[in-house]
Design a protein around this ligand. Sequence first.
Ligand code: FAD
Ligand code: NAP
Length: 339
Amino acid sequence: MTANWQEHVSLKPYNTFGIDVRARYFVQAHDDDEVRRALSLASERQLPVLVIGGGSNLLLTRDIDALVLHMASRGRRLLGDDGERVVVEAQAGEPWHAFVQWSLDQGLCGLENLSLIPGTVGAAPMQNVGAYGVEIKDVFAGLTALDRETGELRDFSLAECAFAYRDSVFKRNPGRWLILRVRFALSRSLQAHLDYGPVRQRLLEQGIEQPTAKAISEAICSIRREKLPDPAELGNAGSFFKNPVVPVAVAERIREQFPGVVAYPQADGQVKLAAGWLIEQAGWKGYREGDAGVHRLQSLVLVNYGQASGAQLHALAQRIQADILERFGVALEMEPNLY
Ligand code: FAD
Ligand code: NAP
């Protein structure tokens, strides 16, 4: 064991589901050197490594017999400014929402729709975080990652990240890339995205027709606070399933039987179904089994009422998946990363 490694650490404070499993070893990395040192010592000892940020997209189903490396690097800076387009960079361990607020305080636009997403900057590219019609790919300017196979640093361009709906090259190659810092191309003038969900309506209710980026951020924060459970009060990992994207024929077949199905045509000709609607329709909203449950307001969110284990939440998720497959012929894919 090295000086700053801890042993048998409870991960309860480090995952937003609040699941009480233990890490065999645990270390925080505040900069590149600490990351490299931890990886090289783990490699010498042939220990697997699990990198975590805010733990808001994890389902931990067992003790982690590995080194858990918690990204705690901080820092954000302006890299370039042509008067309109401004490139900013943030270290992986920066809390995402604080970074969004900082960018808005600098008078920069582009991240406002992504307000109040938990977690860290470094994990955001993993699943190309998205909300209210914006994904980080829309403002992405590059990132620097450490190749855990070779120890080399590599800069990734937008194309090289292969971002897709809740997906990226990093998610498809688990454990290969450790993201150290991320760059974003933001703007001094606002291109507002208000046509998603109740955003425009919320602003109009406040008498705002020409919102600023900060006003959009505040509206989105208020909508999110009403609809989503706060992990500090009720353990959860946000949306537990991805919205399934299906061929038109499948969506039409479902619509014949369920005319109210919530479905959005996609640019590629397929149709995105609202997984939350399917789950609610199947009667799972508010369902509770011991301390594992489906949130009473948002059926896409599984919750831990206190003492649920990751295995119990996983078992509930599998039952929901089987039920949705049987009722609608649609396979739901889990969004959080399962360990
Ligand atoms: P973690 O949960 O710590 O890690 C997630 C994955 O990334 C793991 O596989 C981990 O190994 C890996 N990882 C973490 N850091 C790094 C790194 N530096 N380099 C390489 N790999 C790394 N997501 C959305 O897309 N949109 C939303 O609107 C949204 N809303 C949410 C609301 C709530 C209430 C909650 C609880 C979650 C929500 N999420 C949302 C999911 C989650 O917040 C995001 O996916 C977030 O980016 C995860 O960040 P994290 O630091 O917590 O990652
Ligand atoms: P919502 O507004 O009730 O909408 C339900 C679903 O319909 C969403 O999943 C959204 O898909 C889709 N949708 C809504 N308007 C759409 C439009 N104009 N065009 C295409 N699709 C549309 O959703 P919500 O649960 O309150 O969440 C609001 C936003 O925050 C969503 O973008 C959601 O993805 C995001 N969010 C994500 C997480 C997470 O953990 N991943 C957690 C909470 C909220 P999309 O999900 O594809 O956007």
